[in-house]
Design a protein around this ligand. Structure first.
Ligand SMILES: Cc1cc2nc3c(=O)[nH]c(=O)nc-3n(C[C@H](O)[C@H](O)[C@H](O)COP(=O)(O)OP(=O)(O)OC[C@H]3O[C@@H](n4cnc5c(N)ncnc54)[C@H](O)[C@@H]3O)c2cc1C
Length: 502
């Protein structure tokens, strides 16, 4: 059940892990939409580029989303207009529209069977307190001259108060698109290594990267496309990004209007049909990683039953993304000092277009030294580092760093199977998990990224970090997020905390 439709319905070849020390002009870390688009664009321009991934290409968030390609990202335009002015709002729309065109054009050009389809996107509310926000957003749409309308109803059985319809948006199969792009990057000379995790990064004129399988890469330029940056480069991304998780179910549904839908309030609800498979994806139940352990899938199933009278669930999976303090992504130079290290992150669950925009920005910076979107996506955006959200978020990180340490865990090993429990073994707080068959695991639950206390996620049976979103299976292996080291078991030394960040 936990394999996303996108991954189970695509075929992809495996790539070997890195087996020797190498040197390259361009190293891309991370094989999601950002990294693979960069790889495609750079090799198309004739550059020598290598991509490595800790796991498999397309198995990160790019293989686990709802496959909408749209420039309608919540009520983002009124937010940008208020903070940075109308011109930046227009630029954000233009950048994301270009990304949709990129998917359409590249998939046509290379015959990538990725189910690309143009359709309208709806942003709706059922909550009185959000009507004003949508009215304001519509006002900005009109000032920007968008092809849009203000609606009182939407073509699904939900009582909405109002909705914004944005025409000419799209949906596609993100994993098949990624696989197609990967094949063409390889034809253009790209090299790819999977199961090759970065664990050490030394910046410099030539950056030196060490991998978990003990290989060394010397790269003149590095693009960090690892979703959460695996190297921070004094850019304070660890303090600028909030990890947010969402859940998706796929129910069998023969027909559905040609459009996709999302609300603005909480709990979030997003609807997207896959006509080729006759499946409706219902997504939502978002929460900050490690902060809410609930039966999220059941809540989505309750919604499906209530609204569509349908309990024929075919798929369920979950994923997370990172949100910046002003809701805009970061893409470009990692900081003002290093002109050979690039970063792309903070897509707020709209990375299928923003990841492509990020790759285009990085390609333009490399080839031309400038990009029309450099400032909008840049790390030097004014105000974001001192605003209220930033302070609130980092106060929360500080609380998470110490709070877990103060509470006392259980002192006796419990009998329960299939659930994670915090226990105290010889004065050391550990995460305990017993398999149905009786084997049990005791791991140090101090996050090896920055030292926060991990929390149990009963839906995914994982130990999750409430600070920066690293996740580990109950045996302690890294599943996702910024942590580079797995969790030690209780009889080993304490977890190694990433020295570069501390
Ligand atoms: C539930 C959900 C629904 C979404 N729906 C949509 C949608 O409909 N439309 C949309 O536009 N966006 C959507 N998004 C957002 C979008 O999927 C993501 O923003 C985007 O896929 C992120 O791409 P990426 O390339 O940055 O990261 P990823 O796809 O996660 O790729 C990063 C890669 O880096 C690798 N990596 C990590 N650390 C290391 C390391 N140390 N060394 C080497 N490799 C490493 C990982 O293995 C991974 O393969 C959704 C997100 C969620 C959570």
């Amino acid at each position: 059940m936990n394999t996303p439709y996108w991954i189970s319905s695509s075929e992809q070849r495996n790539f070997d892990s890195l087996k020797e020390d190498i040197t390259t002009d361009y190293l891309i870390i991370g094989g999601g939409i950002t990294g693979i688009t960069c790889l495609y664009l750079l090799t198309k321009a004739g550059l020598n580029a290598v991509l490595i991934d800790a796991n498999r290409v397309g198995y990160g968030t790019t293989g686990r989303n709802t496959g909408k390609a749209t420039a309608q990202h919540g009520y983002i335009y009124s937010r940008i207009e208020k903070r940075y002015g109308l011109e930046w709002a227009k630029k954000y729309y233009k950048a994301n529209s270009e990304a949709i065109d990129f998917i359409e054009n590249v998939s046509k050009q290379h015959n990538i069977d990725c189910q690309f389809k143009r359709l309208p996107a709806y942003l709706f509310t059922q909550d009185e307190s959000f009507v004003g926000k949508l009215e304001k957003e519509f006002e900005i749409y009109q000032q920007m001259g968008l092809d849009c309308s203000f609606e009182k109803e939407i073509p699904v059985p939900l009582d909405v108060l109002c909705a914004l319809k944005m025409n000419n948006q799209a949906q596609f199969h993100p994993k098949r698109f990624l696989d197609g792009l990967t094949e063409h990057a390889i034809k253009q000379g790209a090299r790819i290594y999977e199961n090759t995790r970065v664990i050490d990064f030394q910046p410099g004129k030539e950056c030196i990267i060490k991998t978990k399988n003990d290989k060394r890469i010397a790269a003149k330029n590095v693009i960090i496309a690892s979703h959460y940056p695996c190297y921070d480069g004094k850019g304070f991304y660890f303090a600028r990004l909030k990890p947010d998780r969402s859940y998706i179910i796929g129910i069998e549904m023969e027909s559905f209007p040609d459009a996709h839908f999302i609300n603005v309030e909480e709990p979030a609800i997003s609807l997207r049909h896959i006509p080729e498979e006759k499946i409706l994806l219902i997504s939502g139940e978002n929460h900050k990683v490690g902060h809410k352990d609930d039966d999220h899938y059941q809540k989505l199933k309750d919604f499906a039953k209530k609204v569509f009278n349908n309990d024929n669930v075919k798929y369920e999976w979950s994923a997370q993304d990172y949100i910046s303090h002003d809701y805009l992504p970061y893409a470009g130079y990692i900081n003002s000092d290093y002109r050979n290290i690039f970063i792309a992150t903070g897509y707020r669950k709209w990375g299928l277009t923003n990841g492509i925009v990020a790759a285009m920005i990085i390609k333009d910076l490399i080839l031309d030294g400038t990009s029309p979107y450099e400032e909008l996506y840049g790390h030097l955006r004014v105000m974001d580092i001192v605003n209220f959200n930033f302070l609130k978020e980092n106060a929360d990180v500080a609380v998470q760093l110490i709070s877990g340490k103060l509470k006392i865990g259980e002192t006796e090993i419990p009998d329960e199977t299939g659930t994670g429990i915090v226990v105290n073994v010889g004065g050391k707080r550990c995460g305990y998990y017993r398999e149905e068959e009786g084997d049990f695991y005791l791991v140090d639950i101090t996050c090896p990224h920055m030292g926060c206390e991990l929390k149990w996620n009963s839906q995914e049976r994982s130990w999750d970090c409430p600070c920066h979103g690293s996740r580990f299976d109950y045996k302690g292996n890294v599943l996702e997020g910024p942590a580079e080291y797995s969790l030690n078991s209780y009889n080993e030394p304490k977890n190694k905390i990433n020295p570069q960040i501390m």
